[in-house]
Design a protein around this ligand. Structure first.
Ligand code: ATP
Length: 310
């Protein structure tokens, strides 16, 4: 009897950071962070089809995929190869990636794809990895990969890869203002370090105000307490981002914050109607390249019966 190789599709969400505290750079050159991740309903889909000759191939499609590498530097391919090595798999895989998460936008699209590849390859090759093994590989691949596996709203510590659950209530509506060109995470951290020269940075801690707002499901309080220590650096490199955050608030957002290392700005709004109003206003202002609406929190990587994304 021959076993047929089946394709597996994994769907993975984008993230924003409701709170991002950045500590003093350590001897290893990394910044410790304390962050509240929040998974949003903007997705990448990754389909993995095993190959018998051990070859790997990556195909990328989507609206704005310039800048997505198709060579071995792509995080999805790196994740697939890591599963193959750890699981002593002799097969290879064709990876078909459909991107809906903005590229280089501070929404961890590359990390999300790595998480999708871990899960989809494990299933497609039937390696039978445990959750703990998948999480360990996620931590090796990048600081945001572990969160993409679990999704929801969660606290990240260390480099962001140490995930613990956050007590969070409610569904939140977001308007995302996208920029035409991305920002490099490394450049934003370098600017953050430059701005912090001569200042003593505290060990990073998640703000009580954010946790309290989440515990009670209070969108108004959450909007007021959104915080990102990298925002100053992102605005220093792109001053128009500061104007954009202010504009969204003038237009009635409950709060606005640069997501991760930017340049995407996430605005919290009351409900679906409010999201439509703010989207129209921001689009008409010309202050950003594109606007998306999304709700959160949503699940991390999912496989199985996936409805079509419009
Ligand atoms: P970070 O996770 O570093 O904050 P980001 O969320 O701002 O990044 P990504 O969409 O992950 O943005 O892209 C950052 C860079 O990662 C891209 O410019 C690209 O060179 C590289 N990259 C590697 N793999 C991928 C992938 N699967 N999808 C998108 N970009 C990828």
């Amino acid at each position: 009897m021959t076993t047929r190789s089946l394709s597996v599709t994994a769907r993975v969400p984008a993230k924003i950071n409701l709170d991002l505290a950045v500590g003093p750079v350590g001897p290893d050159g990394y910044h410790p962070v304390a962050t509240v991740f929040h998974a949003l309903g903007l997705y990448d889909d990754l389909t993995v089809t095993p190959t018998d000759d051990g070859s790997f191939e990556l195909l990328v499609e989507g609206e704005h995929v310039e800048g997505v590498p198709t060579d071995d530097t792509n995080l999805a391919l790196r994740a697939a190869r890591l599963v193959a090595t750890r699981g002593e798999v002799e097969q290879g895989a064709v990876l078909e990636l459909r991107k809906g998460i903005p590229v280089a936008g501070g929404m961890a699209g590359g990390s999300a794809d790595a998480a999708a590849a871990l899960v989809a390859c494990d299933l497609a090759w039937r390696t039978g990895m445990s959750r703990a093994e998948l999480h360990e590989m996620a931590g090796e691949l990048g600081s945001d990969v572990a969160f993409a596996l679990v999704g929801g709203t969660a606290i990240g510590q260390g480099r962001g890869e140490q995930i613990s659950p956050a007590l969070a209530r409610g569904q939140y509506h977001w308007v995302l203002a996208l920029s035409a060109t991305g920002l490099s995470t490394a450049a934003v951290y370098a600017e953050h370090d430059r701005l912090a020269t001569g200042h003593q940075l505290a060990e990073p801690r998640v703000a009580d105000a954010v946790m309290q707002a989440l515990r009670t499901g209070d969108a108004v309080a959450l909007g007021r307490s959104l915080r990102n220590d990298l925002q100053r650096a992102a605005v220093s490199l792109r001053p128009e981002l500061g104007d954009l955050v202010e504009l969204g608030q003038e237009y009635g957002a409950l709060g606005g914050v640069v997501s991760g290392s930017g340049p995407t700005v996430a605005f919290l709004v009351r409900d679906h109607e409010h999201a439509l109003d703010l989207s129209v206003a921001l689009t008409a202002s010309g202050a950003c390249e594109q606007v998306r609406r999304a709700h959160g929190p949503v699940h991390g990587v999912r496989t199985g019966d996936l409805p079509r994304i419009p």
